[in-house]
Design a protein around this ligand. Sequence first.
Ligand SMILES: [Cu+2]
Length: 73
Amino acid sequence: MNTSMTAFAVGGMTCGGCARRVSEALAALPGVLKVAVALSAGRVEVETAAGFDPAAVVARLGAMGFSAQQSAP
Ligand SMILES: [Cu+2]
């Protein structure tokens, strides 16, 4: 199966609780295989199945009150 890594700049994560909520929410999205959250860097990387739309990550985080923008890997 082809997978790809996509990175996001995420604003609004202030503590380990935020990081854990982000990690769990993204891991629950269909097509997301792995999530890595770098709290201090405000950076999130997801490994996803082929055909996954990164907009789903932005939408999910936006609904939780975090700003998210796809960034260079
Ligand atoms: Cu927090």
